[in-house]
Design a protein around this ligand. Structure first.
Ligand code: NCD
Length: 338
C-alpha cells in the first residue's frame, strides 16, 4: 500500500505488509511518545481534528500524536456546535476544512460518513469512527497491543484464541478488529453477547471465508484456554431508546472472581475504553486494576504511537522523523507503558 496522501477509512485497505509497515513506524515513535526526545518533522502542518460524536482518548490521542510530531491541531467537537447542524453537507464541510488543514481526523455518528466526507476533501482523511461501522485506528492499536502481549507470553496472533464479549452488534471496534485479525491464520473466535447484540453477518462471513473457527454464544463458557478476552461497552447511543440499552447493561461482566473462575491465569484483558463503571453496568471491575494481565491502559498508550505512525506515513515523512529531532528541555519522568 502507498500511504503518502492516502485516506485511512477501513481496515480492508490493509494487508499484512502494510500492517507491518505501520507497526514498524509506530515502534520508532516510542522515544518521542516517552518524551525522551522531540521532533519537529511536522512543524507548520495543521491537523483538522473533527469530532462530531463523543470522544475522549481517540480525539486527544490524535491531537497529541500530531503535536508530538511538531504539528498544530485545530479542533471542532460536537454536532450542535458545527455548521452540520445548520444543514451543511459533509461535502461542503470537507471542501472548506481541507483547505485549512494538511490532514483530517474525523468521527461521526453515521456509518459511511467519513468516506463520504473524504470525497470532498483535498487532504488525507483518517476515520476516527463512523457510527457502528468501523474504527480502523483502534483496530490497529488493538492488534499492536495483542502482538506485544502475546509475545510476552511466547505466543503469536496466528493460532490464538480470542473471546470478544458484550455489544458485538453496534461495537465498531470489534467489527474492525475482527476484519483485521481475519488476515492472520487459524484464529479461534468465541463471540459472547446477548442474541440481539450478536456480531453482524457481514463480519462473520469475512471470518468464515478466511477459514477461522468461530463459536457464537450467549453463555460465558468454552473460554478456559482463551489468550485474549476483549470486553466491550453496550453502545447505548446506537439504541432507539436508552431503556432498550438498559436491557443489556451488566449482562456480561468481568471481575476478579469471574476471571479466576473462567479464564486461564495469563489471559490478557482488553477493552477499547471507556468502560461503563456505573453500578448497573460495571462491565470491567476496578478489582482487576492491579492484575498484570489488564492491558487496557497499555492499549490506550499504544494509540498515540499508532496515530503518530499514520500521520507520518500519510504525510510522507516517516523516514525523516529522526532528522528533525531535538532535545526535551523540561523535566520528564521516564514513562513506561508505550
Ligand atoms: C470506542 C468507540 O468510540 O468506538 N472507544 C474508543 O474509541 N476507544 C468504544 C466505545 O465507545 O465503547
Amino acid at each position: 500500500m502507498n500511504f503518502t496522501g492516502a485516506n485511512i477509512l477501513s481496515v480492508d485497505q490493509f494487508d499484512i505488509d502494510s500492517i507491518q509497515t505501520i507497526f514498524a513506524t509506530a515502534d520508532r515513535m516510542q522515544p518521542y511518545a516517552r518524551r525522551q526526545k522531540r521532533t519537529k518533522v511536522l512543524d507548520g502542518a495543521i491537523l483538522g481534528n473533527l469530532f462530531f460524536e463523543s470522544s475522549t482518548r481517540t480525539r486527544v490521542s490524535f491531537g497529541t500524536a500530531f503535536n508530538l510530531l511538531g504539528g498544530e491541531v485545530r479542533e471542532t467537537t460536537g454536532m450542535e456546535s458545527s455548521a452540520l447542524a445548520k444543514g451543511e453537507s459533509l461535502y461542503d464541510t470537507a471542501r472548506v476544512l481541507s483547505s485549512y488543514s494538511d490532514v483530517i481526523a474525523m468521527r461521526h455518528p453515521k456509518s459511511g460518513s467519513v468516506a463520504e466526507f473524504a470525497e470532498g476533501s483535498r487532504v488525507p482523511v483518517i476515520n476516527g469512527g463512523d457510527g457502528a461501522n468501523e474504527h480502523p485506528t483502534q483496530a490497529l492499536l488493538d492488534l499492536y497491543t495483542i502482538k506485544q502481549e502475546l509475545a510476552y507470553h511466547g505466543h503469536t496472533v496466528d493460532g490464538m484464541h480470542i473471546c470478544m464479549m458484550g455489544d458485538l452488534k453496534f461495537g465498531r471496534t470489534v467489527h474492525s478488529l475482527s476484519r483485521l485479525l481475519a488476515m492472520y491464520k487459524n484464529i479461534r473466535f468465541t463471540l459472547i453477547s446477548p442474541r440481539e447484540l450478536a456480531m453482524p453477518d457481514s463480519v462473520l462471513e469475512v471470518l468464515a471465508q478466511a477459514g477461522h473457527q468461530v463459536v457464537i454464544t450467549d453463555q460465558v463458557s468454552g473460554i478456559s484456554d482463551a489468550d485474549i478476552v476483549y470486553q466491550t461497552r453496550i453502545q447505548q447511543e446506537r439504541f432507539t431508546t436508552p431503556q432498550e440499552a438498559d436491557l443489556y447493561r451488566g449482562k456480561f461482566r468481568l471481575n476478579s472472581e469471574i476471571y479466576t473462575k473462567h479464564y486461564k491465569p495469563n489471559t490478557v484483558i482488553m477493552h477499547p475504553l471507556p468502560r461503563d463503571s456505573r453500578a448497573e453496568a460495571n462491565e470491567l471491575d476496578n478489582d482487576l486494576n492491579q492484575n498484570p494481565n489488564l492491558a487496557i491502559f497499555r492499549q490506550a498508550d499504544n494509540g498515540v504511537l499508532i496515530r503518530m505512525a499514520l500521520f507520518a506515513l500519510t504525510l510522507g515523512v516517516a523516514d525523516q522523523v529522526d532528522k528533525y529531532e531535538c532535545d526535551v528541555n523540561w523535566y520528564s519522568e521516564k514513562r513506561t507503558g508505550y
